[in-house]
Design a protein around this ligand. Sequence first.
Ligand code: ATP
Ligand code: MG
Length: 461
Amino acid sequence: MKLISFWQRITRNRKNKAHPLEQDVNNSAPKIIHRKEHALSRKDISEHALKVLYRLKKASYEGFLVGGGVRDLLLGLHPKDFDVATNATPEQVRKLFGNCRLIGRRFRLAHVHFGRDIIEVATFRTSHDQAGSDQNSGDGVTKDGMIVRDNVFGSLEDDAWRRDFTVNALYYNIYDFSIVDYTGGLKDIENKNIRIIGDADERLQEDPVRMLRAVRFAAKLNFKIEDSLSASIKANIHLLDGVPTARLFEEVLKLFLHGHALASYELLKEYDLLKHLFRQTADNLDDTGDRFITQALINTDVRIKQNKPIAPAFLYAALLWPAVKAEMDKLKYEDLSLLQVYQIAGQNVLENQLKQILIPKRFGIPMREIWTMQARLASRKGKRPLKLLPVPRFRASYDFLLLREQSGETQLKELCEWWTDIQQVSEEEQLTMCKKVTMGGHKKGKRPPKKKKLKIVKENG
Ligand code: ATP
Ligand code: MG
C-alpha cells in the first residue's frame, strides 16, 4: 500500500542516519497526529496550495504543507502564504508545473504562479553538518559559520531539523492528512513558545536573521521567546551587522507590514535590536520620538486590519523621523531656510541609513518628499498651500504632520487644524483662508532675510 510504503521510507531514512542534532532529543521518531486528532482541515488550505500538493502526489513525489501555513491554521489564524516541501528537486518541480519559475541563489526554490498568488515549493534540505565534505555542490558556509548558500538536499527528517523554530517545522502530509512533528512544535504551540531548533548560538550564527524572525513570530503570535534563545540573541546581536542590507530591507517590511508592527517594535527595543536596524533612530529616541513611532505603528496595524494599503515609504519615513529631527537640530545654526534644513537633514539621514538597510530609491525618494513637505506645510505664504493640495505626496505628508502633533511636538496644533479645515471648504473659502494666514504672518516692512543657496552639509560623525 502506498501509505505504508511512504512511512516505511521515512522510518528507514531515520534509522540509517544518525542526525547531528539527535543528541538533543530523546527520540527522533516523529510524532504523527492523525487526521481525526487535529483540526487542520483541507478547506482552510488555499486551493492553489492543494493543487500543488496533489500534483506532486500524483507524480509520486512527497508533498507537505509546512511552515506558517500549518502553524497559523493550527492556531486558528489566516496564513500569510502557503509553503510546500517536497523531495522533488527544483528542476523536477519545474517540469511538473507550466506556471513555475526557479528563484534564489542562496536558497534555490520553485515558485508556482497562479495569477498573483504564488506557492513556494522547497526541496527538503539537510543541515550543513550532515552534508559532510563530499557534498560540495550546494553547500556554502563562511568561516564564521554563516550559511551563504543552502542548497544541499535531504530527507523529510533532515528538512525538519534544519528549519528555524519548532513551531515552523510542522508538516501536513497530503498522503494521509496527518501532521508530522519531529521537533516538538506542537507542544510549543500549546505553550506559546518560540524555541529555536538545535543549539541557539550555532543556529543564530548560521543565519543571524533568525533573531529578527524570532521577534517577528513572537510579535505576531503573542508567544514568548524561550530563555536560551533570548540569551543567545543578546550574545550574538552584533552578527546582524554582517547581514546583506537588501535582505534586512525585506525583513523589516515583514516585521512591520503584517498587522503586528507595534508588538515588533516593542520587542526590537527590548532586545536592543533596533540599534542594529535603525542606529540613528535608536541613538536619538526620546519620549516624543517614541510616541511618534508608536502612534504611526498603531495606525499601520489598524489599516492592515481594515485591508487598507500601507506605503513602505511612509513606514520608513516614520521610523527614521527621530533621526531626522536630531539632524535638523544640528543644522539649525547654519544660515539655511527651513526647507533647506529639512532637505539636508533628510538626505544625511537617508545616506547613513543605507549603510544598514538597503532602501530602494523608489522608497527613498518619497520618504524624503514626506520629510521636506513638513517644511512646505509649515510655510503658508500666498497661494502656496493651494499648490500643495493636489501634490501626490500631500495626503501622506498631512497624515505625518498630524502624527507629529499627536505625539507631542509643540506648536503644531494651529497648523494641523488649518490643513484639516482647508481640505473641507470650497475653493473660494480656501483663498480666503490663504489670505488670512498671509496677513497674519510677518509684519509689513519686516520681510525675512533672503536665504543663501542650498549647500550640502556633510554629516559630522
Ligand atoms: P509567515 O509566512 O507567516 O511570515 P513562515 O513561518 O511561513 O511565516 P516563511 O518566511 O514563509 O515563514 O518561511 C517558511 C518556512 O521556511 C518557515 O516556517 C521555516 O520553517 C523555514 N524558514 C524560513 N526562513 C528560514 C531561516 N532563515 N532558517 C531556517 N528556516 C527558515
Ligand atoms: Mg510562509
